[in-house]
Design a binder for this molecule. Sequence first.
Ligand code: PLP
Length: 483
Amino acid sequence: MDDNPREETLDPQNWDDLRALAHRMVDDMLDYQKNVRQRSVWQAIPSESKAQLDQPVPRAPQERSAIYEAFKTHVLPYPIGNIHPRFWGWVIGTGTPLGMLAEMLAAGMNPNLGGGEHAANYVEAQVLNWFKELLGFPRAAGGLLASGGSMANLIGLTVARNARAEVALREVGLQGAPRRMVLYASEQVHNSVHKAVMALGLGLESLRLIPTNDAYAIDLDALEAQIKRDRADGLHPFCVVGNAGTVNTGAFDDLNALAEVAAREGLWYHVDGAFGALAALAPDLKPLTAGMERADSLAFDLHKWMYMPIEVGCVLVRDAEAQHSSYLAAAGYLAHGERGIAGGPHWFGEYGPQLSRGFRALKVWMGLKEHGVEKYGRLIQQNVDQCRYLVQLIERSPNLELVAPAPLNVVCFRYVRDGLSADALNALNEELLNQLQESGVAAPSYATLQDRYALRVANVNHRTRREDFSVLVEEVVRFGNSA
Ligand SMILES: *Cc1c(COP(=O)(O)O)cnc(C)c1O
């Protein structure tokens, strides 16, 4: 027997070399964040860099410092742009410097939050309890941190389907359901709900998209009429999804009215509050979310309007047992123990689809402690106030027009000029958006509302200042006038 085989490890041979590189990385990345305002929001990736990112698999080791140089040369300069103060595309948050460091600490510990008796699980439980408290859910409610709003919606709707099925859905599946299960949401609902409906085997035809009113909120009469029609047709209405902040315009459904419809009709009430749910942290905005606390399940993101690094979202489920029974699948190798590492009360792997789960709770725990929740409320209010300022700038400019109401932190507007057809205006604004992004000055995205192509600003950016919106408006008018 060989007592001295040549055994390998992935640890460095020389820790001091790695330590020196690590310090450089931390310094570089802090500078990268500190100086972001001086850079373009976005720039095109040169073909040389794309070629460097399309190489054969490395068979032999490379120098760590060379790998880091490759990252700095070919990856780091070409971001999507979301940490920049003039990025307002889609709904993508900025993250924070401490959040970045928390990610490193989490990766350093590298725990698995599927279950067991170790401190990281208590951190996640703590974070979940904080959000239950902040958003009006009882402490006994269930919940889970997830990769984002899409997964949070999927989990909430999975529990909804299972809890409201007329059969033991876990066992017999939808094939065993006597009637088609149908659910309701406004036509402004985010496509992650469509994806959840597809994944759950319900079929998109089961997702009844209800028209919206002028404020892009669900039309309650149309909702009731559709439920009645579906019942008359022998279908099984089981869930209504409310929007707390739609992706296109930031609209809120009447969440109290939806709670009442759900109670009256015996439906599960799920709310997608990806970013809008957090408006509840700002006292002046909180009334918009009234009724959200009545949801059976609530999905929201922390990497959008809580400014946490991507990825982290959250779902709260009022009935923890319903969540547990949706996901529990007994396995001898996962049996709980009375003592030791397999002891402990937190078995998050039984509350969602993932078994191995990362320590995304740490950045949330540290971020909330670093600033205190009231500061998050102030920043959310600040983003809304900045959008009101942008709306004023738009209203003052003869060449700009608001395309939808802007009740929150999303502003849809477009450049206009006399004598252009509807199609020409759409083409012009599309060109304008491309020029704006490619110039690196600012990065809104777009929305098409009632066939009008609009530039869309979604402000979940703690680095934005009002002057950034002045720059945006000046550039849009300048590009538009010269187009
Ligand atoms: C972003 C968003 C989602 C999806 O969240 P992800 O974190 O991107 O998965 C769902 N609903 C709304 C309203 C959103 O804005």
